[in-house]
Design a protein around this ligand. Structure first.
Ligand SMILES: Cc1cc2nc3c(=O)[nH]c(=O)nc-3n(C[C@H](O)[C@H](O)[C@H](O)COP(=O)(O)OP(=O)(O)OC[C@H]3O[C@@H](n4cnc5c(N)ncnc54)[C@H](O)[C@@H]3O)c2cc1C
Length: 467
């Protein structure tokens, strides 16, 4: 018997604050449910892959996790192919990716899931191109959102003004009515302050102070010769000095590139010179970055980026929240960038938004509650990975309850055993790539392998380094 599914209820207009990764992905989903979606972005948006002021992080190394690639390919058919056509590398998320821990490389493992290596600028530009092509999406760029409009326990639109390049005062504020406003303005989001102004409680905020900074630079890549697409240097208690190397699509001059970054916590920072990068890479035994920093042609200058703390705002715990309003992306949770999770989390939150809209006779009724609960489930695992990983490092301040200590001790052993065991290395990488939950590493068959692997000579060396 065939059954006709009810067509989704359509609403009038949705407005989104910020047209970066989270804002664009929210627009992609809301376009399925609203007659019109308006994206309001402070920066004038470039046509292609170019840096802009509002997202200074975008020129820093950005890894798109394999789970994020899967979601983006689902939302935008042919997404990976479009980036590969621009020169992105595409290959197995295990086979093409090496992970170093304590100066030792984990065994190589094939995951059977592909990942993309390319620049964040190219990823954002491709998403933007697809979203702009949606017939019911309108982009207002070069405009400042002043604040949402709140009346009678609901948000009914927002006030905005064009940013006038010639005058700091800008032009006259205007009001845009909307049935739903989504705050995707990034980690400096003003939603907590706006909620207080409207008479609500602000969400509880969890913070982990990491004081991380990394120095990064682009280097020329020998054409068609990447033995690997990405090398991740994990921060460990013995060596809390993360590093990253990711192949990039060619730049506007057709130069194939690497982007490399070397970082440190709480003041252990690398000077912004290639010599300092090379020295740090040698200290942490990262041969690829050391060789590039010593010999390769550098494109542009080394850059420094500081990131004070990971933060998570617990909107799902608020008892009162205005109707017609949501918060997504970094505005909800912003993670220590060494784990490369932010874009993938924004993509998974977009799927959570789609589910939350699909439920209920009137999908806007109770939407905030449904969405924030689902988004909290999305954030839980990457937050556990990032915060758990950071609290394993003695340099990071914060309480460490016994279960956190226990899990971190186990993960340290697992990493050491994974130097020789491709099964353990593959299981670890699946969690890193957000393809499996952290608890999958506690499976008895893996625990047995960790226990068995503790007698290997390499493991003993690494344990000595960790002591
Ligand atoms: C150094 C660094 C490295 C990172 N590396 C990775 C990585 O490897 N992999 C990964 O997945 N993620 C990484 N991230 C995280 C990633 O950049 C973010 O998670 C991702 O950009 C999603 O952020 P967002 O869209 O929520 O906010 P943002 O990217 O911060 O964008 C917010 C947007 O809102 C606009 N805006 C703000 N206020 C207003 C206003 N009042 N009116 C109009 N517009 C406004 C801004 O101009 C901006 O465009 C990294 C972050 C940092 C800092």
């Amino acid at each position: 018997m065939s059954r006709t599914l009810p067509s989704p209820t359509r609403h009038g207009r949705a407005a989104i604050i910020g047209a970066s990764i989270a804002g664009l992905l929210a627009a992609r989903i809301l376009a399925e449910h609203f007659d019109e979606v308006v994206l309001l972005e402070r920066d004038p948006l470039p046509e292609g892959a170019a840096p802009r002021k509002g997202t200074p992080q975008a020129v820093q190394p950005h890894g798109l996790l394999a789970r994020g690639r899967q979601v983006l390919d689902g939302l935008f058919p042919g997404f990976s192919e479009a980036l590969v056509a621009q020169g992105a590398l595409y290959g197995d998320a295990g086979g093409e990716v090496a992970v170093d821990a304590n100066g030792q490389r984990l065994a190589r493992a094939t995951l059977g899931v592909d990942a993309l290596a390319c620049s964040r600028l190219a990823i954002e530009a491709e998403i933007r191109r697809r979203v702009r092509a949606l017939p019911n999406v309108r982009v207002l760029d070069g405009v400042d959102v002043i604040a949402p409009v709140h009346e009678d326990a609901r948000v009914t639109g927002l006030r905005w003004q064009p940013r006038d390049a010639d005058s700091l005062a800008g032009a006259e504020p205007q009001t845009l009515a909307a049935a739903l406003v989504v705050d995707c303005s990034g980690r400096a989001s003003r939603s907590p302050a706006w909620l207080r102004e409207w008479g609500y409680a602000a969400p509880a905020e969890e913070r982990v102070q990491v004081g991380i900074a990394y120095t990064s630079a682009y280097f020329r890549r020998a054409p068609g010769q990447p033995p690997l697409a990405c090398v991740i240097g994990a921060a460990t208690p013995a060596l809390p000095r993360p590093s990253i190397l990711i192949a990039q699509e060619p730049d506007a001059q057709g130069r194939e590139r690497w982007v490399a970054g070397v970082g440190g916590y709480t003041g252990d920072h690398v000077a912004t010179t290639r010599e300092a990068m090379a020295e740090r890479a040698r200290q942490i035994n990262h041969p690829e970055i050391a060789a590039l920093a010593e010999h390769a042609e550098m494109i542009g200058e080394p850059m420094r980026y500081g990131f004070p703390h990971s933060q998570r705002r617990r909107y799902e715990r608020l008892r009162r929240f205005p109707a017609g309003y949501l918060v997504m992306g970094d505005a909800l949770a912003s993670f220590n960038p060494i784990y490369g999770q932010g874009m993938t989390v924004a993509a998974c939150e977009a799927l959570a938004l789609r589910d939350a809209l699909a439920r209920g006779p009137d999908s806007l009724q109770g939407l905030a509650r449904r969405f924030f609960r689902a988004a909290a489930r999305v954030v839980d695992a990457p937050w556990q990975i990032a915060v758990g990983g950071d609290l394993a490092l003695p340099v990071v301040p914060g309480p460490r309850p016994f279960p956190v200590k226990l899990v971190n001790a186990y993960l340290g052993r697992l990493q050491r055993a994974a130097v020789h065991d491709p099964v353990l290395a593959g299981a670890f990488l699946k969690v890193v790539q957000m393809l499996a939950p952290p608890k999958s590493l506690m499976a008895p068959r893996l625990m047995w392998r960790v226990w068995r692997g503790r007698h290997r000579p390499g493991a003993a060396v690494a344990q000595t380094a960790a002591a």
